[in-house]
Design a protein around this ligand. Structure first.
Ligand code: WTA
Length: 658
């Protein structure tokens, strides 16, 4: 490090607040601090501002219908189509030749779809789906990697009013089957494979394996050919080649179906406390209005921008901020298929320079990796096109924030640290980049109109500096409407904790711990339920546990998250071997493989620690907090309330020697 670098870094290290650059504020979509008051005073009508970003086939008559809370309805009476809003209207307004999607494959091949092209592709695939028999309200499962056919299929579903359920391609065959079963989904769009670090990965075998466990008849499977000759496979009777079908329907014109604002746009499965994934239901009007509004206000997206969110579309971030929000605003959205370090650790910066990217949105885990790799990689490229940086998915530590601000943003770009969830549909707590001071490590105040607070166990707001829980005491348009076919679980998971049902006062509980400061800035501390956040990916410890105990030779297991330098959290397994099984590498390997088979490589345990016993309270509950501390190498608190305190030392010793 040169002396100049060192002093720059030292200066930033000490600085705790950053003002948005003047040049940014001048051009920001939202720069009037009055916006907070405007929303506050005019609530819920303030949300018309979000709805106004969309084109409605028929106007809504009520902004918020709260008669059956917490089953809220937004923009009731309104009708619209999401694909029309993301495509046709931009073409009609003269943006036919503007790039909608710029895609880059891992091997370097590129494809650009203008709004005109994308509309044609979407219509051809919408016609295809109809021809296969897909009807309005049929759930279509999309088990696809980062290929352009994924957003095309999503928008084609939206066009004909068939909700999609995207299953992250890195999930296992089991995960695919569970989700198709839960949603009774009879149609699947998948892919032969994709590239990872230069290798062709077989995806179709995994798909076929999953299909064997689907408990109802699957009518049709459409297979995108990504790998060509790189993978030798054949299609079975109900499987069709994507290109063949689309060629047949090229030039088709498919009228967008008018959907009720409250009609389901998509389902997205996410992890929670129990082993069964939750099918989060999002709607056409509220969700689209909310993602468009937050893309405009927080990400400062403008139609002439080139915008890049490096998430995977298989997660909510990709749905809201690669596909729906940006396309609703008519901007150019970049999609990259592969990993950031292939062929070299400068791949992302090469893409930023080549596409003159204006806005870049990524996860703290990626930033920690960039930091570890070193600033020489971004320094190779001209990143001066960047205007705004964002992060999402997990807490960002101030050091990583400052590194991002300095080495990617050149101290010229505001950084928005956006807190939200699959269930919230879009961003909830973050600074507005054209208005607020930034404080590294703290997400910021709740967005205008969002009733987020930090409370103690009794629901009382905590004092500045005290730790508590996030809660949201007002509904918002992007909120989940229910868990698919499980209204009861919707109530117990999200509303029971802090609501006063008798008074009909409903409070949403996101299951995150947090602190608040004197300026009302909220710092998120992490999940308070049995969810681990591995590299920004949300995984249920119960799901992982049930995979581990499914392995022959494992009697009992507890799974917890422990601190990890790059991933934020990593998965640690504490397992009791069955009598007659050796607590050795072979069993550990099989336990790890069990998790990979049942969930996917993202859930791969960092370590399996064998123990003859698990630490339990006198009432027999496993003390997970204690195991988390062991995994993270923290000081251990009081263990005297345990039924079996000795076991703790044994486990800690084991963990250290591994
Ligand atoms: C965590 C991802 C701190 C949080 C959009 C939340 C964050 C969970 C942040 C949701 C952030 C997300 N700071 N923590 N900026 N953003 N989280 O459903 O624990 O995959 O509850 O949605 O990620 O994860 P999900």
């Amino acid at each position: 490090m040169t002396q100049e670098d060192a002093s720059l870094e030292a200066r930033l290290e000490e600085q705790e607040q950053f003002e948005p650059p003047e040049s940014f504020v001048e051009q920001a979509n939202v720069s009037d601090p009055g916006v907070y008051e405007e929303f506050e005073e005019n609530w819920p009508e303030c949300w018309e501002r979000a709805a106004d970003l969309l084109s409605w086939d028929s106007e809504y008559d009520t902004v918020l219908e709260d008669g059956d809370a917490p089953f809220y309805e937004w923009f009731t009476g309104g009708e619209l189509n999401a694909s029309y809003n993301c495509l046709d209207r931009h073409v009609e307004e003269g943006a036919k030749n503007r790039a909608a999607i710029k895609w880059e494959g891992e091997l370097g091949e590129t494809r650009t779809y203008t709004y005109g092209d994308l509309l044609n592709e979407v219509e051809a695939f919408a016609a295809t789906l109809r021809d296969l028999g897909v009807e309005e309200d049929d759930v279509v499962t999309l088990y696809m990697p980062m290929v352009p056919e994924l957003p095309i299929a999503m928008l084609a579903c939206a066009r004909i009013g068939a909700p999609h359920s995207v299953v992250f391609a890195g999930f296992s065959a089991d995960a695919l089957a569970t989700r198709m079963n839960s949603a009774d989904s009879e149609y699947l769009v998948t892919c032969d494979g994709y590239y990872r670090r230069g290798d062709a990965l077989d995806h179709i075998s995994k798909t076929n394996e999953g299909l064997e466990d689907v408990d109802h008849e699957v009518s049709d499977v459409v297979v995108v050919d990504r790998l060509g000759d790189a993978l030798d496979h054949s299609l079975s009777a109900n499987q069709h080649d994507y290109d063949d079908l689309v060629d047949e329907h090229a030039g088709a014109s498919v009228e967008p179906v008018s959907r009720d604002a409250e009609d389901m746009l998509f389902l997205m499965y996410t992890s929670g406390t129990t082993g069964q994934p939750k099918g989060v239901k999002h709607t056409t009007g509220g969700y689209l209005a909310y993602t468009a509004w937050t893309s405009q206000a927080v990400l400062d997206v403008k139609p002439e921008d080139t915008y890049w969110c490096s998430a995977d579309i298989g997660w909510i971030t990709g749905h809201s901020y690669i596909v729906y929000g940006p396309l609703a605003l008519g901007t150019t959205t970049v999609m990259y298929e592969g990993t950031p370090d292939y062929p070299e650790k400068d791949r992302l910066w090469e893409i930023v320079e080549k596409n003159r990217v204006d806005i870049f949105y990524t996860a703290p885990t990626a930033i920690r990796a960039f930091m570890k790799w070193g600033k020489q990689y971004p320094e190779r490229y001209d990143l001066s096109s960047l205007r705004l940086l964002g992060t999402v998915g997990e807490p960002i530590n101030p050091r990583a924030w400052k590194w991002y601000y300095q080495h990617i943003g050149n101290e010229d770009c505001p950084v928005v640290d956006t807190w939200w969830q699959t269930e919230t549909g879009g961003m909830m707590i973050t600074t507005l980049p054209g208005i607020n001071t930034m404080k590294p490590g703290s997400a910021g105040p709740p967005l205008p109109g969002i009733g987020a607070k930090v409370v103690d166990a009794n629901g009382e707001e905590v004092d500045a500096g005290q730790a508590g829980y996030v809660m949201v005491d007002k509904p918002w348009p992007g909120m989940l409407r229910t868990l698919y076919q499980n209204d009861d679980r919707f109530i117990t998971e999200y509303w029971q904790e802090y609501s006063d049902e008798d008074a009909d006062e409903w409070t949403y509980f996101p299951e995150d711990g947090a602190k608040i400061d004197d300026d009302g800035y909220i710092t998120i501390l992490g999940r308070v339920d049995d969810v681990v956040n591995v590299s920004g990916h949300r995984l249920g410890t119960m799901e992982i546990e049930s995979a581990v105990v499914g392995v022959e030779g494992i009697a009992e297991a507890a799974v917890v998250g422990g601190d990890h330098e790059i991933k934020g959290e990593a998965v640690y397994v504490y397992a009791i071997p069955e009598d007659g099984y050796d607590a050795g590498d072979e069993l550990a390997e099989r336990a790890i493989q069990g998790v990979v088979d049942s969930i996917g490589p993202i859930a791969k345990p960092e370590e399996v620690i064998f123990t003859p016993e698990l630490p339990k309270t006198r009432s027999g509950k496993i003390m997970r907090r204690l195991l988390e501390d062991i995994a993270s190498g923290n000081e251990l608190g009081n263990t005297s309330t345990l039924r079996n305190p000795d076991v703790v030392d044994d486990i800690a010793e084991q963990a250290e020697s591994n």
